[in-house]
Structure formats: structure tokens, C-alpha cells
Design a binder for this molecule. Structure first.
Ligand code: NDP
Length: 446
């Protein structure tokens, strides 16, 4: 790998890179099949990703004709790596076994280790014989929608494909590694003004927020609308508030500390609620919700922006969904993609039907949506919310930070990149976008 790394850092031409021998094994972060019971009887919050995530060498799999090997310079921690590392709600080996039954190429994935990670920035090392658009040497980011393009159901909107998967979560050979194996239709150009680690933290959360708030497949915001964003400095939320601002809407960010309030103000979000300071108790006990507390949140939102939110950007799930449905405007939409605090949801249906509201489910993004979202990063119109950087060997600690909600924005992980700050190809664009804006989360996180 040393030769490959040096060639990448030196900006060696693609045909030179293509001549370099590939290693038989590479460094990767993975969970093990024989450890899926290791946290049996332990409370979710006490399950420790540092125990289940290993970093060691694994064999380089064969390349399918429609795939590429990418030398991963940097990756990021997504919440799906938290789920995989605590084996909740299910161990991910079931996904790999199912993929393993689909084809000869699928069979490569059904292993006793699962290389995780659903984001990457890096350089194409080899492209399979059926790859037309990408070549060795191309600098790329990777989105995580993993679909079989020979399946008719994968056309129109590939998120509706029968066998749609998330790379590095429902497939093996993910991005938290020195090399990854991806389908060519996961590749996108790397933003030239960003470093490897800044470029690596966007694709998953940015594309998801784009589908939810920009694409017609979600709940697209209109100018002048109000958008309530839970976890507004988190992975998804930090992109959601940017989309609301870019679209001429007014985001109302909900966060849980004065530091996060100040970060949002610096990002240009004026209306912010500190949910911890407000002390909302939407649940009076494990089974009972308190409508008065929903009403208090609604009043706080009106106090800030004058009206109920047209759109609620929802992902905490059980803890907040009752409140989200309640505070959403008459005729408005709650768009949801997750349930971090529990997926068995309860809300008062009278507030939904009598006020003609919609709950819209959303999941990642199709290639077009991911591409458009990436393009906005390339143009400097969406900023990377990178707040901290860890080396790959500390992937367990980095994952713990996200699991325990100790982070802001996104945590980057250096894979092949030896230090931060490498990979910037267009310093003029960087200066135009503004160093201060690009590094806003990093400076807050430091
Ligand atoms: P982060 O942890 O980065 O951010 C989530 C934020 O939500 C937290 O920072 C916290 O902010 C807030 N939050 C957490 N629990 C609660 C709660 N009980 N009540 C109110 N707010 C809460 O995670 P991501 O944004 O990356 O992901 C969020 C969820 O979305 C995860 O479950 C993830 O798996 C899922 N996801 C789904 C995708 C899809 O395609 N379907 C794509 C990406 C993520 P604060 O404490 O400041 O309020």
C-alpha cells in the first residue's frame, strides 16, 4: 500500500496507478460473526463499539466487472456503524448472507467478518471491464446506494428497488478501510476545494437530507416555509438546516446544549431551541405522552418564527414523533428517515387526520439525488460539517462519540491519508467559499 499511497499523494497519472501491484490484503475496520452475542444482556447505551470494532488486515476480494477498487483516503462515522457495532436492531451478517445467495459476486460478501463504513473519499485504483465513466486516478467520493441495475425495479427511483441496499451496512467491503470495493454507479467527483476528510463526511447524510427536503421524492421546502429540524447540529440535521436556508425557508433548529446553539447561529440559523434547557418531557412515563408538553414546544416555535412548521425533519423517532405530528402545521408534512430513540412509534392520530397532515417516509437517496447533493458540495453551496478527525485505528472511539451523542456534525476518519488537510486541488474556490465557513464545525469541535 505504501507505493500506492505515495503515488496518490504525488498525484501520479492514472495509467501509472493502474500499473502498481494491488496488495493481497488491506487494513479494514470490521465486526466479527462469532462476536454477535458479545453484548447479550447489556443495555444498549452500555454496549461499547470499542470492543466490537476491530482493525486488522482482510483479504482483497475479486473485482466484479461493474465495480471499482478505491484507495480510501478518508471515511466518516455514520450512525449505521453504531448500529452494526452494537448488533442492533439485528446483527448485519443476515444482510450479508442474503446478498451471498443472490449471485456469484454476491457470494463474496457472506464472510465471517463485516467491513463497515458507508462514506469514503479517495482515488480509483482499478475499474472493472464494464465500467465506462471512471478510470484509475479519478478522485472520487462514494455514495452508499447499492443497487443491481439489471433489476427492473431499480429503475425510475432506485431507492424503490426490491434489493436496494446500503453499502458498508447491508453489504461488505465498506469505506472504513484503506481500500473499498464499490459499484461504479456509487462514484461521484470529489469536491476539489475540500481536503480528503472534509470530502468524506458528506455523501450519506447530505444525500439523505437532500431527498428529504429538496427532491420531489421527499417533502421539498418552498421559499418562506418554516422547517423544524431535530438534532440540527447532528449528521443529518447540519445538512437539513443548510437546505432550508438555501431554499429560502426558515429553519428552526432543535439541539441540546448552548455550544450547539452558538454553532447554529454561526451557521446562519437564527431560530434555535435548546431542548435540554427547555426541559420538555414529552413522555410522562414509558407508556404515556403529555400533550401539554407538545403544546409547549409548539408555542416556543411560534414564539420564534410566528407560525407552526410546514415541515418537520424527523429522525429521533419514538421520543419525539408524537410532538412532531402535533406541532406540524395544518396540511404540513413530517418527513422521517429514522428512529434513533425507538421505532415503535406512538402519536395522536386525531392531530394527523383532522389537520390533514402527512407523514412521509424517506431513505437515503437515488444516484441522481446523491449526485445533485454532491454537486452542491462541489460548488461550495453546502458546507462539510466536519467537527473532529480520528485515525482508522481509533474507529471504535470515534463510533462511541456518535453513539453517546458527544459529537457535533460529522466525525471524519483518516484511512490512507497520513495527515489532515491533504487533497485540496482548488485553493481559489476554497478561498471564494471561505476558509472560515468550511472549517466552522471543526473550529467549534476543537
Ligand atoms: P447524529 O447522532 O449525528 O445526530 C442525531 C441528533 O439527533 C443528535 O445529535 C441529537 O441532537 C438528536 N437526538 C438524538 N436523540 C434524540 C432524542 N431522543 N430527542 C431529540 N433529539 C434527539 O445522527 P445522524 O443525524 O447521522 O442520524 C440520525 C438517525 O438517522 C440515526 O438513527 C441514523 O441511523 C438515521 N439515518 C438514516 C438514514 C436513512 O437513509 N434512512 C441516513 C442517515 C441517518 P441534540 O442532542 O443536539 O438534540
Amino acid at each position: 500500500m505504501d507505493q500506492i499511497l505515495q503515488a496518490v499523494i504525488d498525484g501520479a497519472p492514472g495509467d501509472e496507478l493502474a500499473q502498481l501491484p494491488l496488495p493481497e490484503s488491506y487494513r479494514a475496520a470490521f465486526v466479527r460473526r462469532d462476536e454477535v452475542e458479545m453484548f447479550a444482556g447489556v443495555e444498549s447505551d452500555d454496549k461499547d463499539p470499542r470492543k466490537s470494532l476491530h482493525v486488522d488486515r482482510v483479504a482483497l476480494p475479486e473485482l466484479a466487472p461493474d465495480e471499482a477498487y478505491v484507495a480510501v483516503m478518508a471515511s466518516s462515522i455514520n450512525f449505521n456503524t453504531v448500529w452494526t457495532s452494537i448488533f442492533e436492531p439485528l446483527p448485519t451478517f443476515g444482510f450479508l448472507d442474503r446478498l451471498g445467495k443472490e449471485s456469484k459476486w454476491g457470494a463474496r460478501h457472506a464472510l465471517d467478518y463485516h467491513v463497515v463504513g458507508s462514506d469514503a473519499s479517495g482515488v480509483v485504483l482499478r475499474a472493472g471491464s464494464a465500467v465506462r465513466k471512471w478510470r484509475p486516478g479519478d478522485r472520487v467520493t462514494v455514495h452508499c446506494n447499492y443497487v443491481d441495475d439489471q433489476d427492473p425495479s431499480a429503475h425510475d427511483d432506485s431507492m424503490l428497488a426490491d434489493n436496494q441496499r446500503i453499502w458498508g451496512f447491508e453489504s461488505n467491503f465498506g469505506g472504513l478501510a484503506d481500500v473499498t470495493v464499490v459499484k461504479a454507479n456509487q462514484l461521484m467527483p470529489k469536491p476539489r476545494h475540500l481536503s480528503w476528510e472534509e470530502a468524506a463526511v458528506n455523501a450519506l447524510c447530505n444525500s439523505t437530507a437532500y431527498r428529504m427536503l429538496v427532491s420531489r421524492n421527499g417533502a421539498p421546502v418552498a421559499q418562506g416555509e418554516r422547517v423544524l429540524v431535530w438534532g440540527a447540529t447532528g449528521g443529518l440535521g447540519s445538512f437539513a438546516v443548510q437546505y432550508a436556508l438555501n431554499g429560502g425557508a426558515t429553519p428552526v433548529g432543535v439541539v441540546s446544549s448552548p455550544e450547539k446553539v452558538s454553532l447554529l447561529h454561526d451557521l446562519g440559523v437564527e431560530a434555535v431551541i435548546d431542548r435540554r434547557a427547555a426541559g420538555y418531557r414529552f413522555w410522562s412515563d414509558e407508556h404515556t405522552q403529555d400533550e401539554r408538553e407538545w403544546r409547549r414546544l409548539g408555542k416556543d416555535i411560534r414564539g420564534l418564527v410566528g407560525e407552526d412548521p410546514d415541515i418537520v425533519f424527523e429522525h429521533p423517532g419514538r421520543q419525539t414523533m408524537g410532538a412532531s405530528v402535533f406541532v406540524c402545521k395544518r396540511g404540513g408534512t413530517v418527513v422521517t428517515c429514522a428512529a434513533t430513540s425507538g421505532y415503535m412509534i406512538e402519536y395522536d392520530n386525531r392531530h394527523l387526520w383532522m389537520k390533514l397532515k402527512t407523514i412521509k417516509g424517506s431513505h437515503f437517496a437515488n444516484y441522481r439525488e446523491a449526485w445533485n447533493a454532491n454537486q452542491l458540495v462541489c460548488e461550495g453551496k453546502i458546507l462539510p460539517p466536519l467537527s473532529a478527525v480520528y485515525p482508522l485505528v481509533e474507529v471504535g472511539e470515534a463510533t462511541l462519540q456518535v453513539q453517546r451523542n458527544l459529537h457535533e456534525g460529522k466525525i471524519g476518519v483518516l484511512c490512507l491519508a497520513p495527515t489532515e488537510g491533504l487533497g485540496i486541488e482548488d485553493p481559489e474556490l476554497r478561498a471564494r467559499v471561505g476558509e472560515e465557513r468550511i472549517t466552522l464545525f471543526r473550529r467549534h469541535g476543537a
